[in-house]
Ligand binder design. Structure first.
Ligand code: NAD
Length: 371
């Protein structure tokens, strides 16, 4: 039996465990059985993950007498849309899914968000289990119950809060992830240190290289610490009435950058968040809230780990500060027409603010996009 750690997400009757360890996929049946209402599951995965990690999952469920139906979707954010949502739900219904069936999302944040949303509306809600296979999904998207699809008007604007029944984060699945995808997920790991855990950021400065290079124990520690941080915040603010918005550090900027390039893989979500976190520190320094040394430390860490946060490397994008501000104005966090920013008083001291002067914002954007 593998060794693993458990993070509990405390949400009353919607509570669940996040198991983090190595080799969990091969023993999935024993972990999932207690949360199944019937021995029938629908696995949703994508065409990249299927050849790598599906067989072991199906084999283990099969051996335990759990009947599996598998649906393989194209990889990539374009799959998170109405067309694939409809296809997916159509397949569930054609194959006679029942209210007591369980959907398993095997993949990154795209599969987790789409399958989770489909689970939330199929037959007015069926259970689902997350088996995240990207670092981003293990430390962020699989925990907390946000599910969504994209529309031409923006990312994640249609969705539901629907908590999974269980999350199984097997760090061995990360071995097949490209370095670029791994580092994009790493940005979300750093985020937890920057929000409220300066000790974790210090630990990452020391151990980030080993973690990136495959050290299993360090990976488990990083995923557990991140999931615990997210679980703590979600438990106090499940529907983002306040504190949960801190998890958006770097995201208001990051989403604007992603929107500007049409959500193409010129900039992965985590890469955009890394640039966005640097912008949040820059803005905070400009506003006299944060020591310049903390901003420099964050940049140094991204450079040291190999996370490219230089927008100049993205060829052919005529970045415009005005256009980015326009995207920010359409963010879900806009309240009464005012943008909400996650600012910092330093590393590990993030807070929410609606009091950002336009000239400070412009200065930060212009400094970052080099105009
Ligand atoms: P993704 O799901 O597109 O995965 C990235 C790529 O890696 C894909 O090509 C995928 O096929 C491949 N892949 C996945 N696991 C692999 C593995 N083990 N080995 C090799 N290849 C693998 O992207 P992502 O970065 O995991 O997630 C991004 C999505 O998550 C976005 O749509 C974003 O909006 C969403 N998100 C949601 C939340 C939330 O709270 N629900 C939070 C953050 C991000």
């Amino acid at each position: 039996m593998s060794t693993y750690e458990t993070v509990h997400v405390n949400l009353g009757e919607r509570s669940y465990d996040v198991l983090v360890g190595e080799g969990l996929l091969a023993e999935v049946a024993q972990h999932i059985s207690p949360v199944l209402k019937q021995d029938r599951v629908f696995i949703v995965t994508d065409e990249n993950v299927a050849p790598l990690h599906l067989e072991i999952l199906e084999h283990c469920l099969d051996s335990a007498g759990i009947q599996c139906e598998t649906l393989i979707l194209p990889a990539g954010d374009q799959t998170k849309d109405f067309v694939y949502l409809q296809k997916l739900i159509g397949e569930f219904l054609t194959r006679k899914i029942e209210r007591s069936s369980t959907i398993i999302a095997l993949g990154g944040g795209v599969i987790g968000d789409l399958a989770g949303f489909a689970a939330s509306i199929t037959l007015r809600g069926v259970d689902y289990v997350q088996i995240p296979t990207t670092l981003l999904a293990q430390v962020d998207s699989s925990v907390g119950g946000k599910t969504a699809i994209n529309t031409p008007q923006g990312k994640n604007l249609i969705g539901m809060f629907h908590q999974p029944r269980l999350v199984l984060a097997d760090v061995t699945t990360l071995d097949t992830l490209s370095q670029r995808e791994f580092l994009a997920g790493y940005a979300e790991v750093v985020k937890y240190g920057l929000i409220n855990n300066p000790g974790f950021f210090r630990w990452l400065e020391k151990n980030g290289d080993a973690l990136r290079d495959g050290n299993r124990m360090d990976r488990i520690r990083a995923v557990v610490t991140s999931c615990q941080a997210k679980a703590d915040i979600v438990a106090t603010d499940e529907r983002e009435a306040g504190k949960r918005a801190l998890l958006n550090l770097g995201h208001t900027f990051g989403h604007a950058l992603e929107a500007e390039i049409g959500y193409t893989d010129m900039l992965l979500h985590g890469e955009a968040v890394a640039v966005g976190m640097k912008m949040a520190f820059d803005l905070s320094v400009r506003m006299g809230l944060c020591p310049a040394e903390d901003k420099a430390r964050v940049s140094r860490h991204f450079d040291a780990i190999g996370l490219d946060t230089d927008l100049d490397h993205i060829q052919g994008v005529p970045w415009q500060a005005e256009s980015l501000i326009d995207h920010m104005g359409r963010d879900k966090k806009v309240k009464d027409g005012r943008m909400t920013f996650v600012l910092v008083e330093g590393i590990g001291r993030a807070f929410l603010s609606q009091d950002v002067a336009r000239e400070d914002l412009m200065a930060t954007l212009e400094a970052s996009i080099g105009s």
